[in-house]
Design a protein around this ligand. Structure first.
Ligand code: SF4
Length: 206
């Protein structure tokens, strides 16, 4: 598998925020969001056999999070690993461009629904594959992203109420977005905090 980095830290976002977690960051992405804070994983890559990754997971008592980049670019290997550890809890963070596999019962899906400022796209089939355990994230860079989210949520019913709005890296700060969320007409959304950045600063990779 093409791996950017494997490290233990705390989960910095979503419903599992604060949980000690083993992160497996896969290299490469099929998008190029202007605010991306993990562009280093486009080029930093080492080949690690799936068996070695299974051994690393076996030796960890932490929750496991596949992230990227876009981990579903290597979905066959990721799914094989998740299936191998049917009793272990995984989170898979995806940019939402590739259809998820909701038959994997030990996976919490974290799906980024790409707002216009990302210049990316989103596979709408994923909406009907979500469960109430999964969560979605919208990265907000400006007011037009917020307007877009409002329209999106009014036109699409989600199967989860775990809906986060997270400020785009270096484009918006937490207090500005918090005030906008308080004032906006969107119901059932939460401010998405990336606590690893608050704890260790924006420049630290993890
Ligand atoms: S989808 Fe995620 S990893 Fe890929 S470019 Fe966008 S922010 Fe970066």
């Amino acid at each position: 598998m093409d791996i950017c980095e494997i490290f233990t830290s705390i989960q910095g976002e979503g419903p599992n925020i604060g949980k000690p977690t083993l992160f497996i960051r896969l290299s490469g992405c099929n998008l190029n969001c202007p605010y991306c804070d993990t562009k280093y994983c486009f080029t930093e890559s080492k080949r690690i056999e799936k068996k070695k990754i299974i051994d690393i997971i076996k030796n960890s008592d932490k929750m496991i999070c596949f992230t990227g980049g876009e981990p579903l670019l290597q979905k066959n290997e990721v799914y094989e690993i998740v299936t191998f550890f049917s009793k272990k809890e995984f989170e898979i963070q995806t940019n939402g461009t590739i259809a998820i596999n909701n038959k994997l019962k030990n996976v919490i899906w974290a799906i980024d629904i790409k707002t216009p400022s990302s210049k990316g796209f989103f596979n709408k089939d994923n909406l009907k594959l979500l469960s109430e355990n999964d969560w979605v994230n919208f990265v907000i860079a400006d007011d037009s992203d917020l307007d877009w989210v409002y329209l999106f949520l009014s036109e699409n019913k989600l199967n989860t109420d775990k809906i986060y709005l997270t400020p785009a890296y270096r484009a918006m700060n937490y207090s500005d977005l918090a005030e906008k969320i308080v004032d906006c007409k969107i119901k059932n959304v939460r401010l998405g905090i990336q606590i690893h950045k608050l704890i260790w600063g924006e420049e630290r990779k993890r």
